[in-house]
Write a protein that binds this ligand. Structure first.
Ligand SMILES: Cc1cc2nc3c(=O)[nH]c(=O)nc-3n(C[C@H](O)[C@H](O)[C@H](O)COP(=O)(O)OP(=O)(O)OC[C@H]3O[C@@H](n4cnc5c(N)ncnc54)[C@H](O)[C@@H]3O)c2cc1C
Ligand code: SF4
Length: 332
């Protein structure tokens, strides 16, 4: 392991100063970054521990939305009364991720920035990985690609974003609040994570040294009809093969509006507005749910080992919508 300095600033300004040194990386709960450092995939010169910054509050916003501090743990966020009451989709997604111990350590900021679980990326002994070593090729394209993308991939990289939380945040139109030495900016979640394109080493639109300080959620009409459905290889901690965040605004049996996002299928949570619009203005039926699923999966391109994800995702969308449409929603 390479030597690195460690600092635990008390203020955001000090964190930004330290985090903008060359070779610096922010450290949240460390549940992803430290594994990557130990494996030699990441080699920071300075670790800036931001986990104790006073940014762990979850608080109502005047417009009826919610601000979640970037240092709030995944456990505290999922269990917060306002999250459970107003955004059960987010609580369900968080609780489906990792294990209790990991969720206690993991922060909201770190969850947003966690890196792909592609096994070629985690093995510096393997020569071909454009995300780890730009220009070296992509081992997964012709290799073992069961967990990989079916949508939005590129010649350079077919990895998926692994977070459950981010799939719910995408469906809920979250906004990421980021601070840099020059000031603060707000990034809609749909513009936060990137598709791989020709630069798969760049996961997000966050600039180097920028610090995520909060996630804002707009007021939501989806609390009564929400379902996060995660399909995985085993019930205890495992990343999603496919996941669906489904949320419906309903009057009696009619869908007024819908939100749908897929996880485990692309380099970012996957949304298709046409699929959501197709559900609006009519009762939810097996046919309308299947039609929305087809629109959401339009253009899917599987690889040698993951063709099953296409039909799995279609069925998961239908099931998540059916569960969400029931009174009080809830997971299956
Ligand atoms: C065994 C195992 C199983 C898991 N299963 C799941 C799962 O099923 N679903 C799931 O969603 N996740 C899963 N995870 C991943 C876990 O959710 C992430 O590791 C965790 O959310 C990362 O948060 P952290 O605070 O520990 O981040 P860290 O490891 O501290 O940091 C991760 C990245 O974020 C950056 N960072 C941290 N905070 C900030 C900030 N405020 N601003 C800017 N950059 C920042 C760091 O520099 C680093 O690049 C699993 C992890 C493990 C080890
Ligand atoms: S899919 Fe992406 S992360 Fe995986 S080997 Fe290819 S370039 Fe690397």
């Amino acid at each position: 392991m390479n030597p690195f300095s460690y600092a635990r600033p008390d203020t955001v300004d000090e964190a930004l100063r330290l985090g903008n040194q060359p070779g610096a990386r922010y450290l949240g709960g460390g549940t992803n970054l430290l594994d990557l450092v130990k494996a030699g995939v990441e080699q920071p010169q300075h670790l800036v521990d931001v986990s104790r910054l006073p940014l762990a509050q979850v608080a109502a916003l005047p417009d009826g939305g919610l601000r979640i501090g970037a240092m709030a743990s995944n456990t505290d966020t999922a269990n917060h009364p306002l999250v459970r009451e107003r955004y059960p989709l987010l609580a369900q997604a968080l609780l489906s991720g990792a294990s209790g111990q990991l969720r206690n350590m993991a922060t909201v900021g770190g969850n947003l920035l966690q890196r792909t679980r592609c096994h070629y990326f985690y093995d510096p002994g393997f020569p071909a990985c454009n995300k780890r070593k730009p220009g070296s090729g992509c081992g997964a394209r012709e290799g073992i690609n069961r967990m990989h993308a079916i949508l939005g991939a590129s010649e350079q990289c077919i990895a998926v974003h692994p977070s459950d939380m981010c799939v719910a945040l995408a469906a809920l139109d979250a906004v990421i609040v980021a601070r840099a030495p020059v000031g603060e900016r707000r990034i809609p979640i749909g513009e936060f994570h990137r598709l791989p394109g020709d630069t798969p080493q760049v996961d997000t639109t966050l600039a180097p040294g920028e610090l995520v300080v909060a996630v804002d959620l707009p007021p939501s009409p989806y609390a009564a009809h929400a379902c996060y459905l995660k399909v995985r290889d085993r019930a205890s901690f495992a990343f999603a093969l496919v996941s669906v965040a489904a949320a419906l605004e309903m009057t009696d049996s009619t869908v007024r509006s819908a939100r749908l996002a897929l996880g485990g299928v692309a380099h970012k949570p996957w949304r298709v507005p046409a699929a959501e619009q197709a559900l609006a203005g009519r009762p939810l039926s097996a046919q309308s749910a299947a039609a929305a699923a087809l629109l959401l999966l339009d253009g899917a391109r599987p690889y040698a080992h993951n063709a099953f994800k296409v039909s799995l995702a279609q069925r998961a969308v239908v099931r998540a919508l059916q569960v969400a449409s029931r009174p009080q929603g809830g997971s299956s």
